[in-house]
Design a protein around this ligand. Sequence first.
Ligand code: THG
Length: 267
Amino acid sequence: MLIIGEKINTSRHEVAEAVKRRDAEFIRALARRQMEAGAHYIDVNCGTFASDEPELLNWMVREVQQELDGAPLCIDSSAPAAVEAALKVHRGQALLNASYSGEQERYQALDPLIVEYGCKVIVLCIDDESGIPAEATTRFVIASRIIDRLKTRGVKTEDIFVDPLVQPISVDGRNCLISAETIRMVRRKYPEAHAVCGLSNISFSLPERKLINQAFVVICAAYGLDAVILDPEDRKMMGLVYAAEALLDHDPFCRSYMSAYRRGILS
Ligand code: THG
């Protein structure tokens, strides 16, 4: 399971405060701690700073990559101008988390950047006709169209990550299984593509959200989720992810589980 560390996000109060005072040390430490806790990518998001977002995301990318000796980042912004400002200074192959979807306005703005910079890309299962579709099959059809179009632009299937767009179970009891089935269908048709999601939406408005998020990640793993955006400093969550992968025979000889255990990142 590819772990994307979510903590550098200005929707979190302490990160917003650190960004306001341009506290590079705070941001760098948060990046380093997440890597040491087992993250493979660090997500960077300063979307709450609307007009300053390009400058701030550019700054974050430079600081975090310097701290991590050029490790690739997950650039999380729905503003194409901020995405471009970030990609200009990013070294290596970025993972673009930019609300790329089947909506014409989105892909017309982002396709040139994806091609120019050769990014990996997260795609959301939405388009202009269906909005966020209620059914997994519709999400799968939209994802298929997006993947096929990206391939004609020269993007490799292995560089595409499909996000089923997780919605809260408090809104509709089927929402976990809708995401899970979407993941299963996408990965059956495109085994080289990846499936990714964030965990927190699933538990929106419920108490003890972590319990729901933890159960959700295990279910999604069983349906083929192979990348996840989470807090890697949550060792209980990390333990569940590695245990689930071992149990599902996604981890031959439990090698990754054992190595994570030895690194002390599980609990
Ligand atoms: N899909 C994609 N990108 C995404 C999401 C997704 N980016 C944003 C989000 N969802 C994932 N990132 C975060 C970042 C921070 C928090 C949640 C999701 C967050 N954390 C709380 C905090 O730190 O206060 C609580 C976390 C905790 O309990 O530890 O708010 O779905 N493609």
